[in-house]
Design a protein around this ligand. Structure first.
Ligand SMILES: [Zn+2]
Length: 266
């Protein structure tokens, strides 16, 4: 609509100019009508057809001081622990200085103390039971008959009962009377600890011979089939807990490392 109006106005002004010139100039061959491009250029406002204007340099942007990102002590320790796979733990010398060792094995008293808080029944064990229970509750298999759904619920409840018996605590934090907590220093529970702190679900087939807890947890993960949005509360709780736990353990390891370095003269 606008283009059409513009072209019409250009035509009329151009025609009138041609007529006034024709009355004073010598007769010449009739000129071809202006092309669409010529008409468009003619219709442009005068400033656009003049000589190019000098551009003013843009105002200089205010200088900003860029501060380097502050790395957390845990991240520094993690990077240091990951850089040299051959190094043994500076603090205890009991294993490779890697994330698995720091999180689940290191026997330095400061690190072990923080880890014992993380693995207390009302912290990690309760969280594991909760994660499994909620994930199983969110799980569903399309097309199941009412009978199959009831069987699935019963199987899920049996798995949760098994977890409560193993970890000695329910998802709401009720301690099971007479239950003995798992030995988090055993090879099997170190594996469970690392995988939960690293937010790594695993299948039942990942269990080594004799690792019944790994097999039980893997069976739970194998049964979970749910849409992603239904597992979001589980993911949020799991990542939040694991992130805080990893940070606290690495912070303890890093602080002990720095203290040892100062003691040795830097
Ligand atoms: Zn160590």
């Amino acid at each position: 609509m606008t283009d059409s109006d513009s072209e019409t106005g250009t035509d009329s002004s151009s025609d009138s100019g041609t007529d006034s010139t024709a009355t004073t100039a010598a007769p010449t061959a009739p000129r071809a009508p202006p092309s669409a491009i010529q008409r468009t250029v003619s219709a442009l406002p005068a400033p656009c057809r003049g000589p190019p204007r000098q551009r003013q340099p843009p105002p200089s942007a205010p200088t900003r001081r860029v501060t380097p990102p502050v790395e957390s002590a845990a991240l520094v320790a993690w990077r240091r622990a990951s850089n040299d796979p051959e190094a043994t733990c500076t603090l205890c010398g009991g294993g490779p200085e890697d994330p698995f060792h720091v999180l689940s094995e290191c026997t330095h008293p400061a690190v072990a103390a923080v880890r014992s808080c993380v693995t207390s029944p009302l912290a990690l064990a309760r969280k594991i039971v909760w994660i499994c229970e909620v994930a199983l509750a969110a799980s569903s298999t399309p097309g199941e008959s009412p009978g199959q759904q009831a069987a699935s619920k019963a199987a899920a409840a049996q798995l949760v009962s098994g977890l409560v018996a193993v970890f000695g605590v329910t998802s709401d934090g009720t301690l099971v009377e007479g239950a003995s907590p798992p030995d988090w220093a055993s090879a099997e529970m170190r594996t469970v600890l690392f995988r939960f702190l690293a937010v790594l679900p695993f299948p039942a087939s990942a269990a080594a011979p004799g690792h019944g807890v790994v097999r039980l947890l893997g069976t739970v993960f194998d049964r979970v089939t749910a849409k992603a949005h239904k597992l979001r509360p589980v993911a949020n709780a799991w990542v939040g807990f694991a992130g805080a736990a990893v940070t606290s353990i690495f912070h303890a390891w890093n602080a002990a490392f720095d203290a040892l370095r100062l003691e040795r003269g830097g």
